[in-house]
Design a protein around this ligand. Sequence first.
Ligand SMILES: Cc1ncc(C[n+]2csc(CCOP(=O)(O)OP(=O)(O)O)c2C)c(N)n1
Ligand SMILES: CC(=O)[C@@H](O)[C@H](O)COP(=O)(O)O
Ligand SMILES: [Mg+2]
Length: 596
Amino acid sequence: MAEPELGQLASRLRSFLIGHVCATGGHLGPNLGAVELTLALHRVFDSPRDSLVFDTGHQAYVHKLLTGRSGEFGTLRQAGGLSGYPSRRESVHDLVENSHASTALSYADGLAKARALNGEQDRAVVAVIGDGALTGGMAWEALNNLGGAPQRPVIVVLNDNGRSYAPTTGALAAHLAALRQDAGAAVCRNLFTDLGFTYFGPVDGHDTEGIEEALRRARALCRPVVVHVVTVKGKGYGPAEQDVADCLHAVGTVDPATGRPAPIRSNGARSWTSVFGQALAEVAAERADVVAITAAMLRPTGLHPMQQRFPERVFDVGIAEQHAVTSAAGLAMGGFHPVVAIYATFLNRAVDQVLMDVALHRLPVTFVLDRAGITGPDGPSHHGMWDLSLLSAVPGLRIAAPRDPARLRTLLRAAIDMQDGPTLLRLPKAAAGPDIEALARIDGLDILHRSTRRPLDVLLVAVGPMAEAALAAAALLETQGFGVTVVDPRWVIPVNAALPALIARHRLAVTIEDNSRTGGAGSAIAQACRDARVDTPVTVLGLPRAFIPHGPRKALLAQAGLDAAGITRAVRELIADPAAGFPSERPALSHPARRP
Ligand SMILES: Cc1ncc(C[n+]2csc(CCOP(=O)(O)OP(=O)(O)O)c2C)c(N)n1
Ligand SMILES: CC(=O)[C@@H](O)[C@H](O)COP(=O)(O)O
Ligand SMILES: [Mg+2]
């Protein structure tokens, strides 16, 4: 295809991306920056015979368009529609579905070893990694292996646009900037050549033919090669190129003319993230020892209000969650109280650091996990549904789940006031609803609802934002003749010692959490009841032990039975099922607990 035709194709791809992604939402900036790069990849390599691995995968839309999925692009990130990331179910051209950054080079290392063992080294292994993802530790573990095996060819395409969301931080970013500025010096010696790679670059990331030439040369070398491609995030679309915040990294439905959401009548609802960000800035104004850490997601985790007021006390460590946690441990050892703001799903990779670098030393670090629970359009590797399961076993870690903005503010302060060990708050990806005031607060338990003049049939234990669905279910169950109590423990791990006694007063207890039901808060509560010899059957409602696909958050919660209808249905089924242990009579008061 001659250059003018290539240019026309790139232009058509850009127009397609802008039109579709503005309509469906998705990763606009990253994909506009990867148009020519992806064209070149598919012109030089023969996917799927050759393997193309995209790190994080949010920049793989053009790859999808070039592998036969343009017709379905109107379904992007919608239930049953195209995933916003590579998907093995969708195509043989797609390899890695995990949207957690910094993994591509490790996959490539494994693929290259497989090629060598199979005698298939003519099948290329190509990994595309962004400059942001390259700040993640796994990437350097992989580079160490790849560069140490000259006999195993892997082509690392570094898509360098100088940004993660914000400009990429740290010494690596400075090194790449130097390479971009001084091509002559770059070719002679740099980080990659020192690690055993041949280095080609910097290559203009919007010159398809130039990229192709570099890729062909890299392929011909049959050894580890880094092709340093310099791109512009949001290339070719003014609103993205000019967006100083994050080059329209990820957008909802926006006006293609402006890249901005259509003006909507605001119902005043704020996101949990913004409530947290403002509350933290207020605490930071009162407490000079409070510092904050982000892993390249300052704005998405709501730290910018604090960063604007106290820039010297907010640290962006790059896409390096494990380092973030242990660096926080160091800050705590130095006399500070770090608040580590991370999406719940991304903390999964730093469990050992929470356990052994923070909790073992009983350090006062507060973790604030945004996007806990079902997140929606980003699919299985983005739902924050394992934090309670992974962290409930951490000795000394206290975990709270605020049900509303008022409790978020209160619990954040309480967590930061705790100096004898780590604390953790988890927040959903949702608009923060109205405050839900308790009827009473007994032994640290918020009684949100209790039926009057009815037996104590069912106790609903709501974890955080599940309080709303629990209260709606209580209303439904009352219309069906049941007496219902709804309780919010606020601090879910360790289990409040008064909770088993409250459960003992009811004929049935149901815990409700937007975490996996395996090993989460409900499991801990059921265990606490067994330990306390409480006879009341405890049923745990939560997310299934499965990878949940992308789709609207509310619909996915309903499918998991975590809405009012699902909770009501579960209670009625339990009561109807003789094997469920629902006693015909209320249990004798083996625990003279105080009345709720
Ligand atoms: C472990 C992990 N932490 C954070 C994120 C959130 N995240 C998604 S894309 C992105 C920035 C990636 O920057 P880069 O690799 O340079 O790709 P670009 O968007 O610039 O093309 C981040 C931080 C993630 N996907 N995985
Ligand atoms: C690819 C990635 O990990 C993020 O960009 C993710 O899309 C963030 O999603 P939200 O911030 O919209 O929840
Ligand atoms: Mg980048």
